[in-house]
Design a binder for this molecule. Structure first.
Ligand SMILES: [Fe+2]
Length: 249
């Protein structure tokens, strides 16, 4: 299993506080069946964003070195979670956005209350620059909660939608959970990831998610979401659709 969205790099954003916590997050991940993690610290696509890039990369290398001195069997790949701001398309045109694991894929997010029109416009402009887009946690956006058809449209446009583990398990409340379930059932989700931030809350432990999926979700769909598509992402290949998913809730 590969976790494609994880705030595991130390002391960079609101994720891991220090190297000890980062290594503990890797240890927890490995014990729950994760063999690869894409490190995705928050990246704000604004003026100061450019100064962030060298810092993210040097922190990534620092973490990889520390991890190599342990026996934790996890490979960590570089990446970022890009907050889409009005300036982000310009960085996309200049090819100055950090991709996932040296592929063509970007992991993007929005403020939760952005309008559908705004998000549509930004996604189209960034996509036009030749990047493949993964939209982080669509179930947390108000526009999707009001109108899940927007997620269906994004899926048809080729944007890969990524659910958070905690959303399905109810960590962000009923509204997010019911939206997450609806999107999964509609077959518009291509990936599920931890979006882990620490060893306490929102962790890298994937066992509760696996247990939930093995209880509620057909095995073929769960395998596409957790195994096949993350591997395809790392190979810079198209991600597979699950088709409509019949949950046994
Ligand atoms: Fe995140």
């Amino acid at each position: 299993m590969i976790d494609i969205h994880c705030h595991i790099l130390p002391d960079l954003d609101d994720g891991s506080a220090d190297m000890d916590e980062s290594l503990a997050m890797a240890h927890i991940a490995a014990n729950s069946g994760i063999e690869g993690i894409i490190a995705t610290p928050h990246f704000r696509g604004e003026e100061q964003g450019l100064a962030q890039l060298p810092k993210i990369l040097s922190r990534y290398r620092h973490f990889v070195r520390a991890l190599s001195r342990t026996d934790i069997p996890v490979t960590v790949y570089p990446g970022a979670e890009i907050l889409c701001l009005p300036q982000t398309p310009r960085l996309a045109r200049q090819k100055e956005l950090p991709t996932l694991a040296d592929t063509n894929y970007l992991l993007v997010e929005f403020y939760f209350d952005e309008s559908a029109e705004y998000m549509d416009g930004i996604l189209r402009q960034i996509g036009d620059c030749g990047y493949r887009l993964i939209v982080a946690h669509p179930e947390r956006y108000a526009a999707i909660q009001r109108d899940p058809a927007l997620a269906d449209r994004w899926n048809r446009l080729g944007y890969a939608l990524q659910l958070n583990k905690g959303s399905l398990l109810g960590a962000f409340g009923d509204r997010v959970q019911s939206t997450a379930v609806a999107l999964l059932e509609d077959g518009v989700i291509r990936l599920i990831a931890s979006d882990a931030h620490s060893i306490a809350r929102r962790t890298t432990d994937m066992r509760p998610l696996r247990q939930w999926l093995s209880r509620e979700c057909p095995a073929e769909a769960a395998a596409i979401l957790l195994e096949e598509n993350p591997k395809r992402l790392l190979r810079n290949e198209e991600l597979l659709p699950t088709g409509p998913v019949r949950l046994s809730l």
